[in-house]
Design a protein around this ligand. Structure first.
Ligand SMILES: [Zn+2]
Ligand SMILES: [Zn+2]
Length: 320
């Protein structure tokens, strides 16, 4: 497996390298705006050079927030479909392998109408950006009119679109909040069995590694530090020990409360992955000196107080 995280568009490769990431996810522009200007050639070149220097693979682009391919309003749908095509083109320019997006909200039009709109946008992508990145839809936490809360629903969207390069990005926080109990090995096995039966495991192409602030089935999309939330360290240990995910990249989208949050979550994950046997110690470099990770100290079973990384690293720990 290869591990990375969501970082900023402008200096993602440099940051990823300094943190020890093996993969990188970015937005390809302002996440809260409709994109308009084309990317500058200089920027594309320096981004690609940064990716090569840091040996980052894959590059994943996450769609910006305004895009809703299931939208009921014609105006929002048209803007979304145009922005989707533009972002796919940008992703292609940046050398991205995957483009991840939420399926969208049907806004009361009903799942079938929403699916038809998403399918039409996917077919447009196939025509207008034929050699672009693979498109991965993300399962959602649910609530409101969002599509993709169950894997059956994701499969229905993939079937409706009928294009080969469409797959799944599995978000652990969203799955748990949607009601898939992945706190145990049995739960992880059952979720992956369900994905296999509905979507097919060969379409599972990327993981989003996030613990969950919300309880099982809460439909709350609030990410937490790995092992610090309601899924807990055992859930991630179980997922990492399932060989059906061993060929996949995993991207962290964990909170960035402190400057050390990213590196702590990354190393907590590395240590679990090494223990599970899916990553070699020699592949992840040196653990930063003084880095305390909550997996060093087992989390008390009782309350869901988030394991907030300490501001000051413990100086006496050896780099192992
Ligand atoms: Zn996600
Ligand atoms: Zn989320």
């Amino acid at each position: 497996m290869r591990f990375g995280m969501h970082l900023t568009f402008k200096d993602g490769p440099t940051l990823a390298k300094s943190l020890g990431c093996q993969a990188l996810q970015i937005f390809c522009g302002n996440p809260r705006g409709w994109l308009k200007t084309p990317l500058e050639d200089d920027f594309i070149q320096s981004f690609r050079a940064g990716v090569a220097a840091a040996k980052l693979d894959p590059i994943v682009v996450h769609a910006t927030y305004l895009i809703n391919l299931a939208a009921r309003s014609d105006d929002i749908y048209q803007k979304s479909s145009d922005a989707f095509i533009l972002e796919l083109k940008r992703s292609q320019q940046l050398g991205a392998k995957f483009f991840v997006l939420h399926i969208g909200n049907h806004m009361g039009a009903g799942p079938e109408a929403g699916r038809a709109r998403v399918a039409a946008a996917m077919q447009r992508a196939e025509r207008e950006v034929p050699n672009g990145p693979e498109i991965l839809v993300e399962n959602t936490a649910g609530g409101g009119t969002s599509l993709g809360t169950t894997f059956e629903e994701v499969a229905a969207v993939i079937d409706a679109a009928g294009i080969e390069r469409l797959g799944l990005c599995l978000d652990t926080c969203h799955a748990f909040a949607a009601g898939y109990d992945i706190r145990t090995k049995a739960g992880v096995t059952s979720m992956l069995d369900t994905i296999d039966k509905t979507i097919g495991l060969k379409r599972l192409r990327c993981l989003h590694f996030n613990d969950s602030k919300g309880a099982l089935g809460s439909h709350l999309d609030r990410h937490e530090h790995i092992g610090g939330g309601e899924i807990g360290i055992e859930g991630f240990r179980a997922l990492l020990s399932d060989k059906r995910v061993w060929h996949l990249p995993a991207i962290l989208e964990t909170p960035k409360e402190l400057p050390t949050s990213d590196v702590e979550n990354l190393w907590r994950t590395f240590e679990l992955a090494i223990a599970a046997g899916t990553v070699k110690k020699s592949d992840v470099g040196m653990k930063p000196v003084g880095l305390e990770t909550p997996s060093d100290k087992p989390k008390p079973k009782t309350k869901s107080a988030p394991v907030v990384p300490k501001k000051k690293a413990v100086k006496s720990r050896k780099a192992d």
